[in-house]
Design a protein around this ligand. Sequence first.
Ligand code: MG
Length: 158
Amino acid sequence: MIKTGLGYDIHRLIKGRRFLLGGVEIPFSKGEEGHSDGDALAHAVCDALLGAAALGDIGELFPPSDPAYKDADSMELLRNVFARVKKSGWKPVNLDCVIICEKPKVLPFRDVIRNSLAKTLEVPLDCVFVKGKTAEGLGHTGKGRAVEVLAQCLLEKI
Ligand code: MG
C-alpha cells in the first residue's frame, strides 16, 4: 500500500534572519521570519509526511503559540515527524520539492539540500529532489518578500 502527501509553506523574508532550506544555511541578505528558525522547506516536508500518514499538521503538533518552539531547529521537528511516521508503520519512498523565491539561486545548493533531507529521512539520495523556481517578479514572492515551498512525498507500508 502506498500513500501520497502534499505540503506547502510560505515565510516572509526579512533582514537579520538566517535563510534556511532543509537545514542548509543559504548565504543571503535576508532570511525567513518565523517563531521557529523559519526553515520553509523543512516545514513543507513535515506537512507532506504528516498528510500522507494522516497524523495531523505541523501547526497542530508544534504550535507557534508554544514557547517551546521559539527558534526551534526545524530539522529537529522533521526528525520528530519522521519518527512519528515510522512509528505509525510508514516509510518514505521519495520526496520532490519546489522552492519558489526570486533570490538567491537555489541550484548551487541543491545537492547539499537533497543530501540533508535524504539523510534525515533515511532514503537514498536519488529518492529526494529539490527544484528552485522564481515567481517571474509576480506577487510578494516575486518581489523578494517571501519564499514559498511545495513538497510532495510518497510513503509505503513498512
Ligand atoms: Mg512554516
